[in-house]
Design a protein around this ligand. Structure first.
Ligand code: SF4
Ligand code: SF4
Length: 434
């Protein structure tokens, strides 16, 4: 993997002190409880942010073991960070959970399932060819007679529930892979864009729309060839070592591109990339570069919203907006997507009752915690149906996949898009008017 510096996940001492400091900020007030999706579902203190902090504190002090019964409560956490938004004391819950998971994974009581998950991610995500092979398998499945057979009502009725849910949750691979388009030669300014792991395979249309919008704002878009996975999934799974290595490789790849900003249209990736500075803070060789990389990273919607827009044409219809957790709670970007949607003539934005409640996607969560993920998705789809909107706009590929699965399960005629696709559509309509 091109290991260069600091190959070990070395920060146990520093991370341990930071973890104790983070935990100490919690004053046990409980304001976060009503923001926590798993607490709202289960009503149990151990499945709330405050309860999880208490469990992690007990483990840190050696008063509790990383036993399966305890780890179950950590596993059920979506890492959605809604508790961070709700917390008046500024408790960095995301960092607490990531560090706690890393400590378990690096400790002596590592559960097999955690090790397998981290290894699978480590063996897959940094390698574009392996991801492509997995996507080819998915595509071959979709083209085979199997899906039609498995979706027959008589067959579905006899399928085990887990298999039925897994089949419905499979993402749809696009017919073509995203390839960076040639860039207009007359644009003096340049930004770099993250391709990501699954977006080029599942949502090439979103990438294409993003490039077109950035071009219209006057930017050439560069895709650094040496880009790797952002490391978010590894970090959330507790594999800090892999996340740190991927961060270093991306820093080398992007900072050499000579661009003004690094634009990301996947909220989960952008959130981790904005935190590279913290992730590598104890690495003297990379500290400065990581901080610079983080300060240059922008979610595409906040980037676009900060620019004067060309005239927008009409996009008719009712659209609802699902806040992606890592955009609203981790990056604190709430108004930019709404401002952009409201700027589109004839587009009616209908707000969800709980737009910032996690849809249950949460990276690998929908695969490894299917029961809770399904409950959260069912609630989300109820909320969507109440709005009567025909389009769900969001800002992260995981949310798009999950919401598409929800629409399929309900048989709803609802289209799921990234907000940038609607902006692209409105800009194109605006060009046609002139
Ligand atoms: S995490 Fe924040 S909101 Fe939750 S109990 Fe602790 S201090 Fe209160
Ligand atoms: S990150 Fe989300 S699921 Fe986890 S404790 Fe916080 S609010 Fe609950």
């Amino acid at each position: 993997m091109g290991e260069t510096i600091d190959a070990r996940g070395d920060a146990a001492g520093a991370a341990g002190a930071a973890l104790r400091e983070d935990i100490a900020r919690c004053v046990h007030c409980g304001f976060c409880l009503q923001a926590c999706p798993t607490y709202l579902q289960l009503g149990t203190e151990t499945d709330s942010p405050r309860g999880r902090i208490a469990l992690i504190d007990a483990m840190t002090r050696g008063r509790a073991e990383a036993a399966p019964a305890l780890l179950r409560h950590l596993d059920l956490c979506l890492q959605c960070r809604a508790c961070e938004t709700a917390c008046p004391s500024g408790v960095r819950f995301g960092r607490i959970m990531e560090t706690a998971r890393a400590n378990v994974l690096e400790g002596g009581e590592r559960p097999l399932s955690w090790r397998l998950r981290a290894t699978a991610l480590r063996q897959l995500l940094p390698y574009r060819r392996r991801i492509a092979a997995l996507m080819a398998l998915l595509r071959a499945y979709e083209r085979s007679p199997l899906p039609a057979l498995l979706r027959r009502p008589t067959v579905r009725a006899r399928m085990p529930r887990a298999l039925r849910a897994a089949e419905q949750a499979l993402p749809v691979v696009a017919p073509h892979l995203f390839e960076p388009p040639p860039q207009p030669p007359n644009l003096a300014r340049a930004v770099a864009m993250l391709r990501g792991c699954v977006m080029p395979h599942l949502y090439p249309r979103t990438h294409a729309a993003t490039v077109r919008v950035l071009n219209r704002l006057g930017y050439r878009v560069v895709f650094p060839a040496a880009e790797v996975c952002c490391g978010a999934l590894s970090l959330h799974a507790g594999d800090r070592r892999t996340a740190r290595e991927l961060a270093r490789r991306n820093i080398d790849a992007f900072l050499g591109a000579g661009v003004e900003a690094i634009v990301v249209n996947s909220a989960g990736c952008g959130s981790t990339m904005k935190e590279y500075g913290e992730l590598l803070d104890d690495n003297p060789a990379y500290r400065g570069a990581a901080a610079r990389f983080a300060s240059m990273t922008r979610d595409v919607l906040e980037f676009v919203a900060a620019h004067p827009l060309p005239p927008l044409g009409e996009v008719r219809g009712a659209v609802t907006y699902q806040d992606s957790c890592h955009l609203v709670h981790a990056q604190k970007v709430t108004q930019a997507p709404r401002m952009l949607l409201r700027a589109i003539p004839e587009l009616e934005l209908r707000e969800l009752a709980a737009p910032d409640r996690c849809c249950g996607s949460a990276g690998l969560y929908s695969l490894v915690q299917r029961g809770m993920s399904a409950r959260l998705l069912a609630e989300k789809m109820d909320d969507v149906m109440t709005t009567g909107a025909g389009v769900i706009a969001t800002a992260n590929p995981g949310c798009m996949m999950q919401l598409e699965a929800g629409a399929r399960q309900r048989g709803l005629d609802v289209r799921v898009v990234h907000v940038i696709e609607l902006i692209d559509q409105a800009m194109r309509a605006g060009e046609e008017m002139t």
